[in-house]
Write a protein that binds this ligand. Structure first.
Ligand code: SAM
Length: 372
């Protein structure tokens, strides 16, 4: 069966997330085709609820046609039996990417709805929260066309769920915190299965831990700051209650440069973290200032990996955000994180993936390491 995945704002990251989640769930799959923000996957039937596992996927559609010939497309659309709902007044949406088939499909749908006696309104808005609010998958249809692939959307990621977890948690410090979606992606990239143990050695108020707990993973968070540990405790207690979770969490106030004092050797299945990246920068630093900061961070990350090496299992993934700093002289200063990783028995599982906006003062790259 072919599925079309519509990828989020950082498509490279979303693509790795899809691979990691399908591998973790032991779903045999093959990537058959891809575009800038679309992946075509061949695999056995997927449950639509799988969308809840992802942080970086917007929609999943079942491919109902993959032909460039109009007679075959018409046949395929006919067979797909697109609308089974009860309403006789509905809305339908078409998302299109790199295709010439749009107006053909639009005309087909117009006639199709007329033929089955349904008053259907073609709408252009494509805001996922509006589509979820309108319950469009039951009360209408959403088609995605990419090249010759025509997909019928079976699942839409619910932005309101992410918003709820972001806004309803008791403690949040927006100067420090990473987005819920990114936290979820990082957890998924570790490939830790439910029942496993994930560590965040710079846990802050616990965003990454929270997304891991929701995946039924047991978590350990370390932070050197007492206040952050207290905030994380409040947030995780709230989450466990709100979502009736059984997984366990442990929070430790400690310096991550000495984390093996607190964590058992060879006990961790995965690490996901956004480490300390230096003080908040209002103005771009000078080249000299940026070099000093990168030097300091190099020391911190070297100690961290040297400690992680002791506590993680062989094959364990460490997913970590590493900064690059833009300077007033318009230079970019960065550290040789690959060399630090390799000195500490880790290899890069993939090329680092840039994350966020190119014009940010601090540029971020996501490294996925594996312990050898
Ligand atoms: C960028 S924040 C992490 C935020 C977290 N991802 C969240 O969403 O809440 C980095 C954290 O690292 C902690 N930290 C800095 N140096 C540390 C060290 N040597 N050991 C442990 N924690 C440290 C800081 O207290 C801060 O909470």
């Amino acid at each position: 069966m072919l599925y079309l995945f519509l990828l989020g704002r950082d498509p490279e990251l979303s693509r790795l997330e899809v691979e990691s989640v399908l591998e973790r769930e032991k779903i045999t799959f093959r990537i058959c085709d891809e575009g800038k923000n679309v992946l075509i996957i061949d695999c056995n039937e997927l449950k639509p609820e799988i969308i809840k596992e992802f942080g970086g996927i917007i929609k999943i559609a079942k491919v109902i046609s993959n032909s460039g010939r109009f007679d075959q497309i018409e046949d395929n659309l006919e067979k797909a039996n697109l609308y089974n709902g009860q309403n006789n007044k509905i809305e339908y949406y078409i998302d299109s990417f790199n295709t010439n088939l749009c107006s053909f499909v639009e005309d087909y749908l117009k006639n199709y709805f007329k033929g089955i006696g349904i008053k259907a309104l073609y709408k252009k808005t494509n805001d996922p929260s509006k589509l979820v609010n309108k319950n469009i998958l039951n009360k209408g249809i959403n088609i995605i066309i990419f090249r010759n692939y025509i997909g019928n959307v079976v699942a839409i990621s619910n932005p309101l769920e992410f918003k709820k977890r972001d806004l309803s948690r008791p403690e949040v410090d927006y100067m420090k915190v990473i987005s819920i979606r990114l936290a979820k992606i990082l957890v998924n990239l570790t490939k830790v299965k439910n029942g496993g143990i994930l560590l965040d050695p710079f846990c802050g108020s616990g965003t990454i831990l929270q997304e891991a707990l929701l995946n039924k993973i047991n978590v350990i968070g370390i932070d050197g700051d007492e206040k952050s540990i207290k905030q994380a405790e409040k947030n995780l207690n709230w989450l466990v209650k709100e979502y009736s979770l059984n997984s366990k969490f442990q929070l430790i106030k400690h310096d991550s440069r000495k984390l093996s004092e607190k964590i058992k050797e060879n006990s961790i299945d995965g690490v996901a973290t956004e480490p300390y990246m230096g003080p908040y920068i209002r103005k771009l630093p000078t080249l000299e200032g940026a070099k000093m900061l990168i030097n300091e961070l190099s020391g911190l990350y070297t100690s961290l990996l040297n400690e992680l090496r002791k506590v993680v299992k062989v094959g364990c993934r460490v997913v970590i955000i590493i900064p690059k700093i833009r300077t007033r002289e318009n230079k970019i200063v960065f550290l040789d994180f690959k060399a630090i990783a390799e000195k500490n028995s880790f290899i890069l599982a993939f090329k680092p993936v840039p994350y966020g906006y190119k014009e940010n003062k601090i540029l971020r790259e996501i490294y996925i390491l594996e312990k050898i």
